[in-house]
Design a protein around this ligand. Sequence first.
Ligand SMILES: *Cc1c(COP(=O)(O)O)cnc(C)c1O
Length: 503
Amino acid sequence: MLSISEKLSQIHQRIECAVKQSQKNKHVQLLCVSKTKPVEAIEEAYLQGERHFGESYAVEASEKIETLRNKGYNDICWHFIGPIQKNKTKLIAEHFDIVESVDREIIVDRLSEQRPTNMKPLEILIEVNISGEEQKSGCLPEEIEKIAAAVVSKPNLHLKGLMGIAKDTADKNEIEQSFTNLNSLFEKLKTTYPDVNTLSMGMTHDLEQAVACGSTEVRIGTAIFGAREYRQGRADTSVAFIGGGNMASCIFESVIKSLSPRNVTVSGPHIEKLEHFKVSGAGITTDNILAAKKSKIIFLGVKPQMLTAVLQELADAKIDFEEKLVISMAAGYPLKSIEKILNSSRLVRIMPNTPAKIGEGVTAVTFAKGCADPDKELVRLLLKGMGTVCEGNERQLNVIGAVAGCGPAFVYRFMEALISESVRHGLDEKDSRAMVEQLFKGTADMVINNQQQSIAALREAVTSKGGTTFAGLTKMSEGGFEEMMQKVIQASLDRTAEFESMF
Ligand SMILES: *Cc1c(COP(=O)(O)O)cnc(C)c1O
């Protein structure tokens, strides 16, 4: 394995090459992204001459910054690059030199108020959402002007430029398009504010494209320090379930595969219905607020039509929700409605399907803006016990809901039809069921075990022209099978949209 210093020289070569190729012949600053990495790794990079370090988590970073200051490293320029929670602005204002992830005015106000007067003005980059993914942080391009004006109006802040993160995709054109867009926004900003000189874009996997599109600073973590390992804090992760129904029980079973049930509190209006959680070792209560207050992670397991009232109850209790990760399983209840009530965007929506009960489910997951990487890792860990986790934006969540959430019922219906036909043609009911069970299981395994083949190819392999299967499939086409499935999924999606418009 290469040492940090060897990896640093490789990355400097990559940057140099990219600069040469871009024929713009200018300096591109390397920001070493050291989040989750120990102070020793930072010291090693420092000894190679690096002075710019980027961190994403305010508490972790502040501790590292203080440790290194006490050791005499006084000339490091610290960049904050992570999503900013309101209650962390003080730590950030007191420890950092540059904040790259400013994306709303409230953060501008707080950073300026909380910047100690004996420190030089805090440099500010405005983070722009250039990937078009609504769950990603960063302001919209049309909000830049307003935020920039707010920054320059503050005595303790100094506007320096823009930052952006491209979509994590293999599509190079898409990445280049978003970098080009950010560069134009940067050029435009420069004409109003002559001090603006920093365009922070490019990470390990897309630094060449970023430099080609005019980046002045690349933020590199993995290529210098290796893959990040998130501490999952299993021992002290406390979880509340507000509502203890079927789905909550199912998620609870998954959660206690990675956490002790002693860290879990379940609340619900009828204490006797929560008894089985207590038997498994969890705490139970009828007090939602109590459960929420003592927990870092809150699963909302109440019905969509009850959720507004429960959210309001929690909001009225003055709980600081930016301290908590809130996970809703209420179908059709949009993130933005939850955000409005709780005043936090550290939110997740999930939708497990029923096979999750036996660990064979599909759970759709969508993260709101305020979720940092460790939040996401934790959610994946906690849901893993229910089967596959499928992530997407909120619109995709609904699609996953229609296909995988409603899907078991569609598949049951298909199984019922096959069983009833085999009974009609003289087979015993029990034998028919056993046959159809194995049919579905075996067919699913054929698909799973033959990833290199399309499902169409597998189908064609069992369909000789003019044969019996062929005759059956022809009838499916004549009966409009594809059109019908289209209508089936559309009907589920339409119903979801109706629900969403209610909340
Ligand atoms: C973690 C992080 C990086 C570093 O990403 P790598 O792919 O590891 O180089 C850069 N920018 C931001 C905003 C980050 O959070």
